[in-house]
Design a protein around this ligand. Structure first.
Ligand code: RTP
Ligand code: MG
Length: 148
């Protein structure tokens, strides 16, 4: 089953949105398979966002991601990478549709609440950066048979 890496960013942790955001993915029918509250250091932030090295917003992005705890997660489900990007909404909350996480809770691009992997390759890479294999669980839920 497809997996993705989702990270509730420091702004959303400070704003007490962890529970609300987890609820959206639970209610959609996805399965949480790993999670931890953690402090990201500069090295990890730069590695995670390395595709953006050299861009004007890179320094600010690394400062923001390392500014306080994040809630890192691995979620599992059918087409979860594309599905979760839809639930999250566009990068700029101003362009994110109401009903999406960024559309409902974000105001500006540099404090946009949550990260979600944008492809299978990114998901594999990011999951590997943040989690050890033994931290990712494999388990059945009764609800699985009602989803498809
Ligand atoms: P993310 O990686 O955080 O899930 O966000 P994303 O895919 O929607 O957007 P991406 O292009 O990967 O950008 C990563 C983060 O960098 C900040 N950003 N600022 N023009 C700008 O000022 C700008 N563009 C991107 C955002 O915080 C974005 O989430
Ligand atoms: Mg991205």
């Amino acid at each position: 089953m497809e997996q993705t890496f989702l990270m509730i960013k420091p702004d959303a942790v400070q704003r007490n949105l962890i529970g609300t955001i987890i609820g959206k993915f639970e209610q959609k029918g996805f399965k949480l398979v790993a999670a931890k509250l953690m402090q990201v250091n500069e090295t990890l932030a730069e590695e995670h966002y390395k595709e953006h090295i050299g861009k004007p917003f890179f320094k600010g992005l690394v400062e923001f991601i390392t500014s306080g705890p994040v809630f890192a997660m691995v979620w599992e489900g059918e087409n979860i990478i594309e599905n979760s990007r839809q639930l999250i909404g566009k990068t700029n909350p101003l362009e994110a549709a109401p009903g999406t996480i960024r559309g409902d809770y974000g105001i500006v691009t540099h404090r946009n609440i949550i990260h979600g992997s944008d492809s299978k390759e990114s998901a594999d890479r990011e999951i590997g950066l943040f989690f050890k294999e033994e931290e990712i669980l494999s388990y059945q839920k009764e609800i699985d048979s009602w989803l498809r």
